[in-house]
Design a protein. Structure first.
Ligand SMILES: [Zn+2]
Length: 331
C-alpha cells in the first residue's frame, strides 16, 4: 500500500485544490477531474491520502487505487517519475471509497465510460394527457397544487413508467454533476408495499446503477448549481421536493439521504455543498430523534444544525409552502 501527501503535491505542481476542515479530517482534498476535462471545472475528484482517487461525476471510469496513474495524467509524466511522489507505507484503508469499493475489485480494467440511460419505457412526466394524469394526480395528492406540478416535474426531471418492473412508479433520477448515476421509483399505488424501488448497483442488475443510491444525495445538482442560504437535509425524495420546490426562490434548498443515517460517501458530497450554502440543517421526521442524532454526530465537523418540525407535521413531505418559508426562511 502506498500513500501520497496530496496537498504538498498539488502545491508543488500548481494544481488548484479545495480542502475543507471536514475533508481534511477524513484525509482527502478535491481537484478538477483531469479525465472529465474542461467541461466541468468543479472540484469533483477526491484524492485520498491512501492514494485512492474517485471522480464523483464518473465514479466507475475515473477512479483508481494507484496514485501513480492520476499523477501521470495530472502532470504528464511517466510511471517512474510519478513514483517519486509516492511513499511506500502501510496505511489503513479509508472508507472514503465505500461508494465505489465494489468496482475497485476489477480496478485493472475499469468499465470505460460507464453510462446509464433511462429505458425507453420511461416517459417524461409533462403533459396532463392520458396515463400521465394518474402520476401527476399522485403529486397533487401529496400536497402540490395543480398549477405547480409541471414546474415540480421539470425541476426534478420526473418521469413515469407504465410497463415492466417500474410500472406504476414516478421515476426520480439521481444525478451528480449532470451525470445520471441511478434512479428510484415511487409507487403511486396505495396497495404497493414497496414504496420506493431503487435501481440496483449489483453486478447482475440490468440496467445496473452506477452507484448505490445510499451513497448519493438526491437533488445534489440543483443545490450546487447556485448559492443558497440554507440547505435542508431530509430523508426521502418527496421531503426534498416539498422543501426545495417551495423554498428555492427564498434561498432554501434541500437534499435527501434515501433513508436514515448518513454514509461516508454522502458526507463527501455534503462537504462540497457546504462550500455553497451558508447554513446546513437537518430536519428529521417526527419521532426520528435517533436518526437526527446520528446525522448530527457524523457531520459535527461541518456544523449542521437541528431544526425540528412543528408538532402537527409528521415529515417534511407534509409541509406546505407557508410552513417551509416560515420554518427555514428565518435562519
Ligand atoms: Zn471525471
Amino acid at each position: 500500500m502506498v500513500k501520497v501527501d496530496w496537498e504538498k503535491f498539488c502545491t508543488l505542481q500548481h494544481i488548484e485544490y479545495l480542502k475543507t476542515t471536514a475533508s481534511l479530517a477524513r484525509g482527502y482534498i478535491n481537484i478538477h477531474c483531469p479525465f472529465c476535462g474542461d467541461t466541468d471545472r468543479s472540484y469533483h475528484l477526491g484524492l485520498h491520502k491512501s492514494g485512492r482517487w474517485t471522480c464523483y461525476r464518473d465514479p466507475i471510469g475515473h477512479k483508481g487505487s494507484d496514485p501513480r496513474r492520476i499523477i501521470m495524467r495530472l502532470i504528464g509524466c511517466n510511471y517512474e517519475q510519478a513514483n517519486s511522489y509516492v511513499q511506500d507505507d502501510v496505511v489503513e484503508l479509508s472508507d472514503f471509497d465505500e461508494a465505489s469499493s465494489e468496482f475497485m475489485l476489477n480496478d485493472n480494467k475499469p468499465i470505460q465510460h460507464g453510462k446509464l440511460e433511462f429505458p425507453t419505457e420511461f416517459l417524461r412526466l409533462r403533459s396532463n394527457r392520458g396515463r400521465a394524469r394518474m402520476y401527476l394526480n399522485y403529486l397533487i395528492s401529496r400536497g402540490f397544487k395543480t398549477y405547480e406540478v409541471s414546474r415540480v416535474t421539470h425541476r426534478y426531471d420526473l418521469h413515469y413508467c407504465d410497463k415492466g418492473m417500474w410500472r406504476g412508479r414516478i421515476i426520480i433520477p439521481i444525478q451528480i454533476n449532470g451525470k445520471l448515476l441511478s434512479w428510484t421509483g415511487r409507487t403511486v399505488y396505495d396497495t404497493e408495499e414497496l414504496r420506493y424501488r431503487s435501481l440496483s448497483h449489483k453486478k447482475d442488475a440490468e440496467p445496473q446503477g452506477l452507484v448505490n443510491v445510499r451513497d448519493l444525495l438526491f437533488n445534489y445538482d440543483n443545490v450546487t448549481k447556485e448559492h443558497y442560504h440554507v440547505c435542508v437535509i431530509v430523508e426521502g425524495p418527496l421531503d426534498v421536493m416539498k422543501v426545495d420546490y417551495y423554498g428555492h426562490r427564498y434561498g432554501i434548498c434541500a437534499v435527501g439521504t434515501f433513508g436514515t443515517g448518513i454514509r461516508e460517501a454522502q458526507l463527501d458530497l455534503l462537504d462540497l455543498i457546504r462550500e455553497k450554502c451558508d447554513i446546513l440543517v437537518v430536519c428529521g421526521d417526527q419521532n426520528a430523534e435517533a436518526n437526527v442524532m446520528d446525522i448530527l454526530s457524523a457531520t459535527r465537523d461541518i456544523n449542521v444544525q437541528n431544526l425540528p418540525l412543528p408538532n402537527n407535521v409528521k415529515d417534511p413531505g407534509e409541509l406546505n409552502k407557508k410552513q417551509v418559508i416560515t420554518l427555514f426562511g428565518d435562519l
